[in-house]
Design a protein around this ligand. Structure first.
Ligand SMILES: [Zn+2]
Length: 177
């Protein structure tokens, strides 16, 4: 199971310095003006600390905000921040991309069957975290990335999906011994 361990890095150009990396820390800014409400998710430039405001809600009617959401916003709910960053609509609107390097973990269930010729491993994603399967298999199986690439090259590691590039959905692979 691929599980996020912290918020991903937000990729966005900083207007103050030349950096392109921001850290969201789960803090929100809420501005209610009469009946209208604006909500931003805050992200700090990794280089200079400048704050970027990512639009979550823009001039919406206060009553249109779903119950419970305001409480979570005021509590600076990091889980909510993670959910919002996974929303492609929010990413497009704010022209940001995400870098998940170092922000996920692979939990292995110990599905090794000693004595078997081959093991089938299914990888499930708790969140659509884009990861390189080669790296994921290397971590999960305790191999080097070069070792995994060698197994792919000699046909000892096969999958219905392309193992080069990135994946963010469930897949299975078979490791032959
Ligand atoms: Zn900056």
């Amino acid at each position: 199971m691929v599980t996020p361990t912290c918020l991903p890095t937000v990729l966005r150009r900083c207007h103050t310095c030349a950096s392109g990396r921001f850290r969201a820390n789960g803090k929100f800014r809420v501005n209610a003006n009469h009946k209208l409400i604006d909500v931003w998710l805050l992200a700090l430039c990794a280089a200079c600390g400048a704050t970027a405001k990512l639009t979550v809600v823009e001039r919406a009617h206060v009553r249109s905000v779903r119950p419970g959401l305001l409480d979570r916003l005021h509590a600076n709910d990091a889980v909510l921040a993670a959910e919002l960053l996974q929303d492609p609509v929010l990413r497009r609107r704010n022209r940001i991309a995400l870098d998940w390097d170092g922000a996920w973990r692979l939990d292995t269930g110990g599905t090794d069957h000693p004595g078997h010729e081959a093991i089938d491993v299914s990888v499930r994603f708790a969140a659509p975290v884009p990861v390189r399967p080669v790296r994921l298999i290397a971590e999960g199986c305790g191999l080097s990335r070069a070792g995994v690439e060698r197994l792919v090259a000699d046909g000892s590691l096969v999958s219905a999906v392309r193992l080069s590039g990135r994946l963010s959905g469930d897949f299975t692979f078979t490791l032959k011994r």
